[in-house]
Design a protein around this ligand. Structure first.
Ligand SMILES: Nc1ncnc2c1ncn2[C@@H]1O[C@H](COP(=O)(O)OP(=O)(O)OP(=O)(O)O)[C@@H](O)[C@H]1O
Length: 470
């Protein structure tokens, strides 16, 4: 089955009029890009088709020879409660509509309904069906704790449970056509995750990334939608936009939290209608790419404070993934060190060095504002200075020293360090507490603890001996 079918499940059109089936299929494909379609003109074949094909939604006529639509509706609801049914009938009778809904139909449309309303209803049913299938799949994955395609995540090194759940979730939503919102601090691997989503989707087209931060509205429209020749002064040639270039594949809009409000409206329209106009053209084009968006901002907060449109936020957040910062997945440090040092060794044509045992412990004390990208850069830096044997920790120490030197313990909180109504501890007591905490954080390693405290190792050793003897 081609992976560019939309939706991922089949939609069965049932009607006794061949001409209606033809025009309905054409309309669904040209107006909404719905191309995973099956047709049935003889009502007696419907149940067999459902048993044979991966049908998720049935668009059902009511008045047909042999079996009526109502009889079929009853059978489908009873035998395949997982399949959605929308009735599309010539009968404009309220009682019939109410009756069908009571029997279990999702929706009821008369054939003369305005095209856009009919399409809206069908798209709504597709989204509901996609979510229902995802929920079922999530439950299955949760119970079996498996990955179907672990090879797709081979470049994302982790043993973190949270990241593994993210992988499982991505496998579940890979077939969906809905956007995915990927958030996380800079360097946490958002683009790597986008590449995995693209690979999982099996789409044959390319993945195209656009950084939309700081693009003014005109440039945003031109970049995404492209233009016709003569659309504006200087447009001496027609140019395809990124949406066109990503056709059949995936479009990643990076730094979406920095998109201007004017461009947010354009993006919303694109996602809602699945159509866009190249600049200077009055003929709409359909988007044939799945949209992924990434940001280091908290979009929920941004929509609350009014700097990001609510409607766009809700459109984007059906599927979302939040990547934890590296400091919250410290268990990955040894694996990542190993991975990046091997990568650097290969790239620099060196032997992979031995990693000092204390290095992961040392790195646990660093906040890694640049996350995995920063760790990778540190590994490359350390290896380029490496002379052979055990890797020197100097490069890492320098950065960590800078970090702790600039750490102001009161910077993040206004809370007083000492309760105003309690006597102050003595200097000796505070010093003992600090020493104990540093030893705890350094997991008993005196050399590391002394660095955390900013004193020499002999000085720390002396203090420890003194407090043990007192
Ligand atoms: N878990 C991981 N294992 C191995 N490499 C990783 C992992 N996560 C990220 N990387 C690497 O770290 C670097 C930064 O990752 P990436 O560009 O995906 O981050 P990002 O969150 O998109 O950053 P930004 O927000 O700055 O665009 C890349 O070289 C990527 O391949």
């Amino acid at each position: 089955m081609s992976s560019n079918l939309y939706p991922s499940f089949g939609i069965l059109l049932v009607d006794d009029e061949a001409s209606f089936l033809r025009s309905f299929s054409l309309m669904l494909e040209s107006q909404a890009g719905i191309n995973h379609l099956y047709q049935c003109q003889d009502s007696r074949d419907v149940m067999q088709t459902i048993a044979r094909e991966p049908i998720g939604l049935v668009l059902l006529d009511l008045t047909m020879p042999h079996l009526s639509g109502e009889a079929l509706l009853r059978q489908i609801v009873e035998q395949h409660p997982e399949i959605g049914v929308i009735v599309v009938s010539g009968l404009n009778q309220l009682e019939t509509a109410v009756h069908c809904m009571r029997l279990g139909a999702h929706d009821y449309f008369i054939k003369t309904t305005e095209e856009s309303r009919l399409l809206d209803g069908i798209q709504r049913a597709i989204r509901m069906q996609e979510m229902r299938l995802e929920n079922l799949e999530m439950r299955r994955r949760f119970l079996s704790d498996t990955l179907d395609r672990p090879e797709i995540f081979a470049d994302i090194v982790t043993q973190d449970k949270g990241m593994r759940s993210v992988f499982q979730y991505l496998e579940v939503i890979s077939a969906s056509s809905q956007p995915v919102l990927i958030s996380g601090e800079s360097g946490t691997g958002k683009e790597a995750i986008a590449r995995a989503i693209h690979a999982l989707s099996g789409r044959s087209g390319p993945m195209v990334s656009v950084n939309v931060a700081g693009l003014d509205d005109g440039i945003f429209a031109d970049t995404l939608f492209g233009h016709k020749r003569g659309a504006f002064t200087g447009a001496d040639k027609a140019r395809a936009g990124m949406i066109d270039q990503a056709s059949g594949g995936t479009l990643l809009l990076d730094e979406i939290g920095d998109l201007s409000l004017a461009s947010q409206i354009k993006l919303l329209r694109l996602l809602q209608e699945g159509e866009y106009y190249p600049l200077g053209s009055d003929r709409p084009k359909r988007i044939h790419a799945r949209v992924l968006v990434a940001t280091h901002h908290n979009l929920e907060r941004k929509q609350r404070d009014g700097s990001f449109r609510k409607d766009l936020y809700y459109r984007l957040c059906t599927h979302q993934v939040e990547l934890p910062p590296l400091r919250q997945r410290q268990g990955d440090l040894p694996l990542l060190l190993d991975y990046f040092l091997a990568e650097a060794a290969e790239e620099l044509g060196r032997n992979k060095p031995t990693v000092p045992k204390e290095l992961p412990t040392l790195l646990r004390h660093y906040t890694f504002p640049g996350n995995i990208r920063e760790l990778r850069a540190l590994c490359f830096d350390a290896l380029s200075r490496h002379q052979g044997g055990v890797l020197s920790m100097e490069v890492f120490r320098r950065v960590i020293g800078r970090d702790t030197a600039t750490t102001d313990p009161t910077a993040e909180s206004d809370a007083p360090l000492f309760a105003a109504d309690r006597p102050l501890p003595s200097l000796q007591e505070v010093a003992d507490l600090l020493v104990a905490e540093a030893m705890k954080r350094a997991q008993g390693n005196q050399s590391l603890a002394s660095r955390l405290l900013g004193i020499s190792q002999p000085a720390l050793s002396k203090r420890l001996k003194k407090s043990q003897s007192s």
